[in-house]
Design a protein around this ligand. Sequence first.
Ligand code: PMP
Length: 409
Amino acid sequence: NFPAEAVPQAPEDPLFGLMRAYKADQNPDKVDLGIGAYRDDNAKPWVLPVVKKADEILRNDPEANHEYLPIAGLASLTSKAAELLLGTGAPAIAEKRVASVQTISGTGAVHLGALFLARFYKVNGANRTLYLSNPTWANHHQIFTNVGIPIEQYPYFDKKTKGLDFEGMKASLANAPDRSIILLHACAHNPTGVDPTPEQWREIAELMKAKKHFPFFDTAYQGFASGDLDRDAGAIRYFVEQGFELVIAQSFAKNFGLYGERAGCFHFVAPPAPDAAEVTTRVASQLAILQRSEISNPPIYGARIASIVLNDKDLFAEWQENLRTMSGRIIAMRQALRSKLEELGTPGQWNHITDQIGMFSFTGLSEAQVQKIRSDFHIYMTKNGRISMAGLNTRNIEYVAKAIDRVVR
Ligand code: PMP
């Protein structure tokens, strides 16, 4: 009976359904606040100037060809990618405690990590439960479920304060079985825009250490959140300094604007120990086997672009400038939206708009309000009330603020 009976119709991915509805809308005032990609003040995709330069260098490179990359990817990228996360001169790198593999962007990195843990991270022969923040990037659920890792959730977002439910999160981590896998967003939490403070990160680390939990960091917004690459890697660096064994999924989609090129890396970091380098070599050998059966070789173009920038002092400085442009515009839009809502006297508190960080903000709009703002004002956002700050610009901010004001009243 295959496939007629066995294959049911799957629901459409909600985010892509939203994009389709937005495209089909003919209203000239329509606003897309669903999109998970940076837009400039003209609501257009932005090719980073430094990426254009790297592209030019690549095009004039007589040595460039279309051969396969090695299974583990472009070494000049993966080594710099690890430095970007852990800091130049990080002991973990010097002591060869880091195994890095280039992946299909952040999604591929999360997947490779999931596959690796499903195969090797077992307690008493069984897969350990992985804890996701509630809410989290929806794809996390699918990726880990697909490889047979059981999922639980820890409280994260406090609906009342529209900030972190820190007590709830800590209680959940404390009650989880020892050696659980805890997925943590390194910065610019998607979808809430709510991050722990450095002090809260220290408490989380202490608690996780006591429980022997295993951290799985997902970092898709380094440099894009605060505009400062080091600051956005602060949580990861702290955990590594604390001697955790951990893994990191790293995306270059947002911070290089290389979305469709699928540039990213997966890293395993061993804790300091006499045999750490040997453990890391063994892990790398298994990652290579998994990678081989999944994708054989990672894609080359985006990797080369990122590598050119990361390996050149001047281009790196220019990249940092480009990151400040993107994060700066987003922070400015947060401030503008908040002050317009406060000017209008829109009922409720709006400080969370500027307290939250990164691409997304959890507005607190209800599902009914999200429906209304879409039907009455042609403003599109996910039904949980998440808006992409990148969809706001100087032309539409007034319109969006007034629309929010109307649906909230
Ligand atoms: N993790 C999180 C939390 C994300 O927000 C994203 C991007 N939406 C990703 C991973 C992966 O994205 P990509 O595969 O495009 O790098």
